[in-house]
Design a protein around this ligand. Sequence first.
Ligand code: SER
Length: 315
Amino acid sequence: MSETIIILGANGQIGTELATSLRQKHGAENVITTDIKEPDFLDKGVVFYQQDVLDKQSVEELFKKHQPTQVYLMAAMLSATAENYPEKAWDLNMTSLLNVLDLAVKTKANKVFWPSSIGAFGPNSPKENTPQYCTMDPQTIYGISKLAGERLCEYYYNKHNLDIRSIRYPGLISWKTIPGGGTTDYAIDIYKEALEKGHYECFLSADTELPMLYMDDAVRATLQLMEAPAENIRIRSSYNLGGLSFAPKDIAKDIQKEIPGFQITYKKNDPRQIIADSWPKSIEDSYAQEDWGWKPEYPLSAITKIMLKNIGSKK
Ligand code: SER
């Protein structure tokens, strides 16, 4: 079947790379992208509309015009920024999801993807190998919106038989589009500063271990999940997705292998530390492995080499 795909929030960290992969797979003309901000440049053949995802009427018009078979809702405010604008974050993260779920049912879009996060876990979730099902008591407005969103997704599946699929992404490392306002962003900033200054002042402590993944793995996981037969999908809230697990001191050591003089220092009392301390250190993802064959490919050493090379040549 030929697909018509709509990506809402397509110019962010994940959306940008997801759009590229989906265009390669399904043809640029079949991937319709929107974002509140214009992209830095528009490649030939790219279909783009500047649109606010909260403007339900224009999203509805878009859905009616293009009759999507797949919708990806990637617009969101990340954890650290959301703490500064809780109402705005709640509105963006929740209202956009409610609108899309409702419109997907109305316009009979076959499949919807929505990203959840490790931020949906909290201090009473087990820290090591955090399982799919456990206590979830997120302390941030971002995490609360993700957990509520997961429940909404499952609700729409149960109530309306909507083929909704979701992943709890770990911190994502990428160089093409830099994220803004996340707690895991240090693992990107560090490469940039290592190249520019030979030094990085990290806002998380040396031992703060968090689950992480290279963007190519995350995009591949997303496409694998979306392409899996519906009967394989046991989880309609959101899948745990594991990969790497490391702390700032580990990534610093890895960078020192490539840039021997690199120095890292640690800032004290950054509000993001409290957020990171409430999140898992590592993730148990057997459902993703069993249901749709998930397996990460990029170890930290490979990520470090790729990041330094590409950020270096981007300057
Ligand atoms: N990477 C996100 C953040 O740090 C978590 O999903 O906010």
